[in-house]
Design a protein around this ligand. Structure first.
Ligand code: NAD
Length: 254
């Protein structure tokens, strides 16, 4: 087997769409065995089918990352299939925008359950299988982990927590053979942004004016985030742990 992560066993959450789908495909194209997990089991299965059709190694599983026992079972599934665990990409997320004083209890609870607890559960379940064997955990936060935007107070709170979870895990396991890094994408062209775009006047308006907040002047493509995740998953990033990696077309340089 050849590739930049040849033979590594990977779990990617939220693998049925967008950044997770592109990441699962990229990891598999570079020789990884990839368990594609998503709350939408059909979409996860479709990603795994695409990977196998392209000659890669993949399986799929329906998982709600807000359910700790489902996350434990997801990690156990990967270890049972392929005998080890090398890479976890905590990518699944929700973005339910709103004006804070109008946001419901349900939206607050769901955002924190998926975006924060889901990543904590993933790390907790994966770490015992990675100890002393060169594991890599990549959490997907957002530029909103370091700067906020209108209507995103709850989402930003959750993404800030992802950054600090990453630093905590990085410190605790730096001498135990586990690296943990966090990727903070700018605006990437995926469905998670559609509700936020509506509140900003529609997706077309956002894209017409994207220069005003994302200096590179266009939305990112999921593959451009996947490329960075691949690097962090690989041994090429062997000195990186606790790093906050902004992949944002210059957004946070302003
Ligand atoms: N697209 C962007 O501009 C952008 C920017 C910064 C950060 N992000 C982050 O990237 C990650 C991926 O988002 P995306 O842009 O690919 O969006 P997306 O909507 O295309 O994909 C999100 C996927 O997560 C899955 N998911 C949602 N809740 C889940 C749960 N409880 N358990 C398991 N799976 C669940 C969805 O079914 C979907 O397949 C998210 O964490 C998001 O916050 C995205």
């Amino acid at each position: 087997m050849t590739g930049r992560i040849a033979g590594k066993v990977c779990v990617v959450t939220g693998a049925g769409s967008g950044i997770g789908r592109a990441t699962a495909q990229r990891l598999a194209a570079e020789g990884g065995h990839v368990l594609c997990a998503d709350i939408n089991g059909d979409s996860a299965a479709a990603t795994a089918d695409e990977i196998r059709s392209a000659g890669g190694s993949a399986a799929s599983r329906a998982v709600d990352v807000a359910d700790p026992r489902a996350v434990d079972a997801m990690i156990a599934d990967a270890v049972e299939r392929w005998g080890q665990l090398d890479v976890l990409v905590n990518n699944a997320g929700v973005n339910i925008p709103g004006v804070l004083h109008e946001v419901s209890d349900e939206v607050i609870d769901r955002t924190l359950a998926v975006n924060v607890k889901g990543q904590i559960y993933g790390c907790r379940a994966a770490i015992p299988h990675m100890l002393d064997r060169n594991g890599s955990i990549i959490n997907i936060s957002s530029v909103n982990g370091v700067v906020s935007e209108p209507f995103l107070a709850v989402y930003s709170a959750s993404k800030g927590a992802s950054v600090m979870l990453t630093k905590g895990v990085a410190l605790d396991y730096a001498k135990r053979g586990i690296r943990c890094n966090v990727v903070c994408p700018g605006w990437v062209d995926t469905p998670i942004n559609y509700a936020h775009a509506e509140m900003l006047g529609g997706l077309q308006k956002v894209y017409d004016t994207i220069d005003s907040f994302q200096p590179i002047g266009r939305p990112g493509e999921p593959s451009e985030i996947a490329n960075v995740v691949l690097f962090l998953a690989s041994d090429e990033a062997s000195l990186m742990t606790g790093s906050v990696v902004l992949v944002d077309g210059g957004m946070t340089s302003q």
